[in-house]
Design a protein around this ligand. Structure first.
Ligand code: MG
Length: 247
C-alpha cells in the first residue's frame, strides 16, 4: 500500500481540494441542451485557473480534461460535441487534478433537470456504498472488508457491482497500487496501512454487472443498457480514522 510523506500529502490534499471545487462548479453548469464537450471545456478552464492541471488530458491518449459518462455509460466517456444532455439524464463526471506532481481523484453522478425516482435511488445507493465501504476501512484490517461492504450494500438494493474497473492507490501517479475492488471477500486484499491515499469508487449498475467497451476504445457501457452511477473520493488513511479529502 502506498505510504506518502507529510510533504507529499500536502500536495495531494491541495489537488483533492481543486478536484472537489471543480466537481461543485461542474454541477452548477449542467443544463439540458448543452454538450458534454461544452461542459468539459468549462471544467478544464476552472481547473487551470485554480492552479491545477486536468490529469486525464492526454493520459494514454485520452482526449478530454474529464470523463463524462451519460446514463448507461459507466465510466471513461470521452466529452463529445455529439452528446447533448437531455432533461432526465444522469451524467457521471470523473475528475483527476494534478498539483505540483501529485493527484486528487473524485467522481459524482449528477442529475440533468428532473430525473426519475429509479435514477435518483441508484445515485443515492451508489453514494451510500462509498460510505458503507469507508466505515470498514481501518488500519490493520484487510482492504477486503471495505470491498465486501460495498458489494453487500449494493446487492441488498438489487443492484450489481462492475468487476472490470476498480479503485486504486493515488499520489505521485494517478493510479498506484493497491487495487481497490468494490466486490470480494473480507479476507481479500492487503492489510491497510497508515498514510495510504486511496481513490475509492463504487460503480454500481441498476441491472446486471456486465459491461462492454465502446468503439472509441474508452467508454464503458452496461451490456443490458440500464443506467450506472459512480461516486468516488480520494481518502487519506490515518491511525485515528479516514479523512475524505475530496468532499
Ligand atoms: Mg476517478
Amino acid at each position: 500500500m502506498n505510504n506518502l510523506t507529510p510533504a507529499e500529502l500536502v500536495y495531494v490534499k491541495k489537488a483533492c481540494e481543486i478536484t472537489r471545487d471543480a466537481l461543485n462548479y461542474c454541477e452548477k453548469q449542467i443544463k439540458p441542451g448543452m454538450t458534454t464537450k461544452q461542459l468539459d471545456n468549462l471544467v478544464e478552464k476552472f481547473i487551470i485557473e485554480s492552479g491545477g492541471y486536468p490529469a486525464s488530458k492526454g493520459y494514454e491518449g485520452f482526449p478530454g480534461a474529464t470523463c463524462m459518462s451519460v446514463n448507461d455509460m459507466v465510466v471513461h466517456g470521452i466529452p463529445s460535441d455529439e452528446v447533448v444532455l437531455k432533461e432526465g439524464d444522469i451524467i457521471s463526471v470523473d475528475i483527476v487534478v494534478r498539483y505540483k506532481g501529485y493527484h486528487g481523484d473524485a467522481a459524482r453522478t449528477f442529475a440533468v433537470g428532473k430525473i426519475s425516482e429509479d435514477k435518483q435511488k441508484l445515485m443515492d445507493v451508489t453514494r451510500e456504498c462509498f460510505f458503507e465501504g469507508v466505515k470498514n476501512l481501518k488500519v490493520g484490517h484487510r482492504l477486503g472488508e471495505l470491498s465486501h461492504a460495498i458489494q453487500t450494500y449494493a446487492e441488498s438494493h438489487g443492484y450489481s457491482v462492475v468487476r472490470e474497473l476498480v479503485g486504486h492507490g493515488i499520489g505521485k501517479e494517478m493510479h498506484e497500487p493497491p487495487n481497490v475492488p468494490n466486490y470480494g471477500r473480507v479476507t481479500d486484499g492487503p492489510i491497510v496501512t497508515e498514510n495510504a491515499c486511496l481513490a475509492i469508487e463504487p460503480m454500481i449498475n441498476m441491472g446486471k454487472k456486465e459491461v462492454w467497451l465502446v468503439r472509441d476504445g474508452w467508454g464503458v457501457v452496461t451490456r443490458d443498457g440500464k443506467c450506472s452511477a459512480h461516486y468516488e473520493n480520494t481518502v487519506h488513511v490515518t491511525k485515528d480514522g479516514i479523512e475524505i479529502w475530496t468532499l
